[in-house]
Design a protein around this ligand. Sequence first.
Ligand code: SF4
Length: 382
Amino acid sequence: MKATTYSLHGNAPGTEQFYRAASLMADELIEITNGEKALHEFDQFVLKKSYEAMEALVYVLEFVMIGILLKKYGGKGTLLHEHGGKVLARLFALKRKGKSSRAVIGRLKGIVNTTLLVHEGKVVSRAADLAGIKQFYRLLGWLESTDEFEQETKRLQIWGEFFSGKSLDDSTRELLRAMELADWFEQRSLEILGAYTTNVDSFIDNKHSGLRWKENQIFCTRSRVEYHLNMVGAELMNRAFRSDFLNTEEKRVLLPICMREKGEGSCRAVQTEHGYLCKGCMKDCQVNSIAALGRQHDFQVYMVPHASTAFGQRKEADSGNIGIVGIACPLNLISGGYKARELGYEPQCVLLNYSGCSRHWHDTGIVTNIELDRLKSLLEIT
Ligand code: SF4
C-alpha cells in the first residue's frame, strides 16, 4: 500500500529499522547539544521561577523546536498576530471545551488560517532578521492564531520570558544558535529519517489548493522536518518520562479511531467518559487484539475520536498515578506528551505505522495499525 505521507516501514518489511533510526537521531541531537549554555541556564530559570520542571531531554527538544519553528514560520508572524493570537486562541479553546459549535468554530478557523496565516505577507527569511525577541513573540502570536500549536506555545512562552530576561545581544545570539541547530537537524534528519517521509512533499503539492478555507490546512501541510522533529521528540519524551510511567499504578492505552476495522456505522464500540470501549465484534481488528491484551495484562484500552480531546479537559485528581500510552500519527506526538503531563498523566507513545484517517489524509480513509511489539515493550509485556 502506498503511504499517504509517511510510513515507518520505509523500504523494509518491518518497523524495527525506523525505531533504530529515530533512536540514533535522538542520540546525535543529545550529543550535539551537550554543554549548550542556554539549556543549563533555562533549567536554572525554570527552577528559580518555580515553573513545572521538565527533564533535561525535553529542554533539548524545545531548543531545536524553537529554531525549526522560527525558520519555518517566524517570517509570517506580524504585530497583528502578536496581539490577536491570544483572542483567537481563547475562541478556539471553546471548541475543545465543547462550549460552542465545533462546526462553526471549525469554519472560522478555516477562514482565519487562509486569510491571516497562510498568506505569506512580507517574508522575512534571513536568520539574523528572525533571531530577535520581537520576532519570537510575533511567532508565538502566529502559532496561537493557528490553533495547531496550543501546547508548544505554552512551553515557548516560558522560553520567551527566559530570553526577555537577557540582554538583546545575548537573546539574539541564543536564538541564532537555535536556528543553527535547526539547520543541522533538518539536514541530518533527512539523511537518517528521510526514507520514512518520502511522500510528504507530494501530498502537500497535491492537496494544497483543495485545503484552502479548510480548518485542517496548516496541520495537513506541515513539512518533513516537522515530521522528523515529532518522531525524534517522541523518542526523547519516551526516554524522559519513562521511569515515572513505569511507577504508575494504573495504565491506559489510547488509540485513534482510524485503527478500527469497521466504519462508524458498524463498529460496536461503546462510549464511556474516557473514550470508546471495543466490544470485540471483529477478530481481525487490531483494536480488538490490543483490548484483549489489556484484559490479560491489566490495562484499559480506549479509542478516542480526536487527538485534541484525547485526555479530556480536567486535570486528573490522582496526579502521577495513571500512565498513558498514546498512539497517534507523528504530528500529534509532542503536543500529546505535553498535554498528558499538564493533565496529570505520565505519558509514553507509539507511532501509527502510517496515517490514513479520512478527516486529514485519505479521501475515504484507510485502516491504520501499529507495531504491536513496540507497545508490548513499552508496557513491559514479554
Ligand atoms: S473489534 Fe472493536 S474496534 Fe474493531 S470494529 Fe469491532 S467494536 Fe469496533
